[in-house]
Design a protein. Structure first.
Ligand code: SF4
Length: 326
């Protein structure tokens, strides 16, 4: 990967992960800064331009390592948490909520991976119930693994998840590391899917559906249990195309090796959607979603209709215990 500018917080200049990341990329300039917030947070940045030429920011995360997910966000466990070793992602989905949440499209990596482990272990020890952790909430879990080495670090320390589960959610097909190791029961690689005509139109830079399905299949053959995520399912209204899509997904996959399926419609806090409507002024999907969200009831009714149609299709192939609606 070629990056022009790498910003490094002074306090992590000599961190071993900083050094490893610098060895993995080609870059022009290193700029030392006091805090990532000087670069990442200012509000006068242009997200769309930065998305074309993102800089890399290497920083230290200080607190709030683990957060609780919203209450209905689950894959079958009662208590659910998420963490983000990285903010932003190399893909460019039109509907991505990160564009609404952050002022910057630069890649921000928190290099002190080891500091995530204690809070995870403490939470697991404190709770009698099985906990589930989600990685890839504010980024894509696998897409930049070749640079971050985060998953490799995690796998080498995976004992911290004893008594818990970890989901790695991704649209990437970068599964080299997972393919090379023995499947881990409580590590769930999960892949987000949409019909190919949606991927083409809405998920710029991501692998196509055939590639994603082939990667899922190959991991299943190696023994991994996989999460299948239709979340958000982007709906353009032609039921027959979605019916075909669900058939296409389930015809080749090993149903027994599907850990869970989630189904969710497009949703976003109005504040973020408002921002998206400004930075994507000619995008008809975002513009109409913004207008619809202003009339909450009708958008909710539409979402329920879409979900109930999709649910019916999914349940033709998979038992209902595996399906979770978010
Ligand atoms: S893959 Fe996920 S994080 Fe990346 S742009 Fe798409 S929606 Fe956003």
């Amino acid at each position: 990967m070629n990056i022009d500018n790498v910003y490094i917080e002074k306090r992590v200049e000599n961190h071993s992960n900083t050094q490893k990341i610098l060895e993995r990329i080609k870059f022009q300039n290193i700029i030392i800064c006091n805090s990532y917030s000087e670069v990442f947070n200012p509000s006068n940045q242009n997200f769309r331009i930065q998305k074309k030429y993102p800089s890399l920011i290497l920083a230290k995360k200080e607190n709030s390592f683990i957060k609780e997910t919203p209450p209905d966000f689950t894959i079958g466990y009662k208590k659910n948490y998420y963490f983000s070793h990285m903010l932003n992602c190399p893909f460019d989905c039109k509907y991505c909520y990160l564009q609404g949440m952050f002022n910057s499209a630069n890649y921000l990596i928190f290099v002190n991976y080891e500091d995530f482990y204690n809070p995870i272990q403490t939470l697991i020890k404190k709770n009698k119930e099985k906990l589930c952790f989600f990685s890839g909430y504010d980024c894509d879990s696998l897409a930049l693994e070749n640079i971050t080495g985060f998953l490799e670090n995690l796998v080498n320390n995976f004992h911290i998840f004893d008594g818990g589960f970890l989901e790695l959610r991704s649209k990437s097909t970068n599964v080299k590391l997972l393919s090379a190791i023995k499947p881990i029961n409580n590590l769930i690689p999960a892949f987000s899917l949409n019909p190919q005509f949606i991927i083409k139109e809405f998920e710029s830079g991501t692998p196509n559906l055939v590639k994603r399905l082939s990667v899922i299949k190959s991991l299943q053959e190696k023994g991994w249990n996989i999460g299948v995520r239709f979340d958000p399912i982007i709906w353009l209204g032609d039921q027959s195309r979605y019916e075909f899509f669900f058939k296409e997904v389930f015809k080749d996959l090993d149903i027994r090796k599907i850990h869970s399926i989630t189904l969710g419609s497009f949703r976003m806090p109005t504040k973020y959607l408002k921002k998206l409507s400004k930075i994507r002024p000619s995008d008809s999907f975002i513009q109409s979603a913004y207008v619809q969200q202003s009339f909450r009831r009708s958008s909710k009714e539409l979402n329920n209709e879409v979900k109930s149609f999709c649910k019916k299709q999914i349940l033709k192939f998979v038992e209902k215990e595996k399906l979770f609606e978010n």
